[in-house]
Design a protein around this ligand. Sequence first.
Ligand SMILES: [Zn+2]
Length: 71
Amino acid sequence: MAVPKRKVSSHRRGNRRAHHAIGKPNLRPCPNCGEYGVSHRVCSGCGYYKGKQVIIPKVKKVKEKAEESKQ
Ligand SMILES: [Zn+2]
């Protein structure tokens, strides 16, 4: 088994780990409702993708029920 010749110093280890941070997701506003989300994914706000209703989001269902009960 290959074994490291020397102990990696805390400085060198820190330098290596300087690149380990996870970057922020690239968010863009939804073209349908304007809610920010990850691109190339179904919008979590309105459930639209490529200009079509793909899923009905749970949040919208609650709002619709609230509006139906008001009427
Ligand atoms: Zn949307």
